[in-house]
Design a protein around this ligand. Structure first.
Ligand code: FES
Length: 74
């Protein structure tokens, strides 16, 4: 299911971000760009994140870097 229409971000991507350690809407904004345009998806994205964290994805320490600072795949 698409959660963020503006950035075409799915619930699967949010669940994966949670598994990778995202713990807040801000993390999703940095990692995926969720809720960075119209903002209508913010509540839904937060609920999906909350649900993903509650259902037990393994937690890792999360260090968020803006995409512009992330290494590019060759
Ligand atoms: S639907 Fe997510 S920013 Fe517009």
């Amino acid at each position: 299911m698409i959660v963020c229409v503006c950035r075409r971000v799915s619930d699967h991507q949010i669940r994966q971000a949670a598994a990778d350690g995202a713990h807040s809407l801000e993390c999703l904004q940095i990692d995926l760009g969720v809720a960075m345009q119209c903002g209508r998806c913010a509540d839904c994205a937060s609920r999906v994140l909350c649900d993903a964290r509650a259902t037990g994805a393994p937690r890792q320490h999360h260090i968020a870097f803006p995409r512009s600072l992330q290494p590019q795949a060759a």
